[in-house]
Design a protein around this ligand. Structure first.
Ligand code: GMT
Length: 371
């Protein structure tokens, strides 16, 4: 099939899911056209059935605001028409599904089908704002198909948007060949010079991630044992989190690495992955950690309980419950046998339930049903 994938090219999970999906679909013989404002991946390796169409937004002085949605719609129309696409797959409803709907209306004579995949704050946060809600509802009611990355997100969408069609749940996925624990003796000394246990958190440091809670958890753990906290990523909460570490006098035990590409090496150095989010429709970073054999301590909200098996691959607690999360972390760090069991369970759970070979065919089935 000829599939157009509309997504954000950023570090965020929805961009990663869309990019990995496109590449795996191309490996399975489909022709993939990425449409975005920047290349969604480092197109190092040439593949004859992957194309990238960049949306170019002209800046006319009269316009105080960016007209990306209109430029995106025109680009989608162009790619549908001249590449003869079968499917447009919009990842993250705002503005991708809205542009998709508009494109279909302009091209009323084509048989193009629009599939919208919901990822999280397009429904639970941004999508609820009066500026977007009516258009998100309209774009869902008029999509030919809708998927959500968790049962939680499906139910949340049906509850807040009362749409007139079913939503398929297709969980996010992991390539277990790529995300596996590697030898990290080379970088370990820099991460934990005194061979302390390592806590890690990876995110875009937005308020919903509650990154400061990872420092509060480290503070509790340090009362019992030496430990290091590695914070990977950057965003609006980084400054406040740095300030908190300094106020608690534990900055020497916290490493702010900023945005990094070497996630697998860094995860391979870690003993526990922390994801204390307030809102999380799936938690792709937790799945990546589990695939690298890192047990997860997280909040029991959103889609996280569909990823982390409490008492098997890690633990979940109410968000903000620092005491309980810290207790779980200490339990894992002080009991090597338990850690080994949870690490093996994490890897097996990631491979058995979220492997690309299980998930990608689910998307192909949805495409086939649409056509
Ligand atoms: O929803 C967002 O804030 C951004 C989005 C993203 O692009 O990272 O994150 C969502 O999509 C991810 C991929 O499906 C999910 O793993 C995240 O849980 C989800 N974020 C939230 O729900 C806050």
């Amino acid at each position: 099939m000829k599939i157009g994938i509309v997504c954000y090219p950023t570090f965020g999970g929805s961009g990663i899911v869309a990019t990995e999906l496109g590449q795996k679909l191309a490996e399975r013989g489909h022709q993939i056209h990425f449409i975005s404002y920047a290349s969604p991946m480092r197109l190092e390796k040439y593949r004859e059935n992957i194309f990238y169409h960049e949306v170019d937004v002209s800046h006319y002085p009269l316009f105080e605001f960016n007209l990306y949605t209109l430029a995106l719609t025109s680009k989608i129309i162009d790619v549908i028409k001249f590449e003869k696409l079968d499917i447009i797959h919009a990842h993250y409803a705002i503005p991708h599904a809205i542009s998709g709907i508009l494109s279909k209306q302009v091209l009323s004579d084509t048989k193009i089908k629009l599939l919208t995949t919901l990822h999280g704050t397009d429904i639970t946060l941004v999508g609820l704002e009066p500026a977007f809600h009516p258009l998100v509802k309209y774009s869902l009611d008029n999509s030919d198909g809708i998927t959500a990355v968790s049962n939680y997100l499906k139910n949340n969408t049906l509850q807040h948007f009362k749409i007139n069609k079913d939503i398929s749940v297709i969980h996010n996925f992991i390539d277990p060949e790529l995300y596996q624990r590697v030898d990290c003796t080379e970088i370990k000394p820099a991460i934990c010079p005194n061979r302390e246990k390592v806590l890690i958190h990876i995110s875009n440091f937005r308020p919903v991630k509650r990154v400061k809670d990872t420092v509060l958890i480290l503070n509790e753990v340090l009362k019992e044992m030496p430990a290091r906290l590695v914070l990977v990523g950057d965003g609006p909460e980084r400054g406040e989190t740095e300030k908190l570490a300094r106020e608690l006098g534990i900055s020497e035990h916290v490493k702010f690495l900023g945005k990094q590409h070497a996630l697998i090496e860094l995860l391979s150095c870690a003993d526990v992955f922390l994801l204390p989010s307030q809102s999380e429709s799936f938690g792709l970073a937790a799945l990546e950690a589990m695939s690298c054999g890192v047990p997860v301590v997280a909040s029991n909200i959103g889609g996280i309980p569909e990823v982390v098996a409490h008492g098997e691959t890690g633990y979940v607690a109410e968000f903000g419950d620092i005491k309980r999360m810290s207790k779980y972390v200490i339990e894992l760090l002080t009991n090597q046998r338990k850690w080994n069991v949870f690490s093996e369970n994490s890897r097996r759970h990631a491979v058995d339930k979220f492997n690309t070979d299980i998930i990608i065919p689910q998307y192909e089935k949805v495409y086939e049903d649409l056509l």
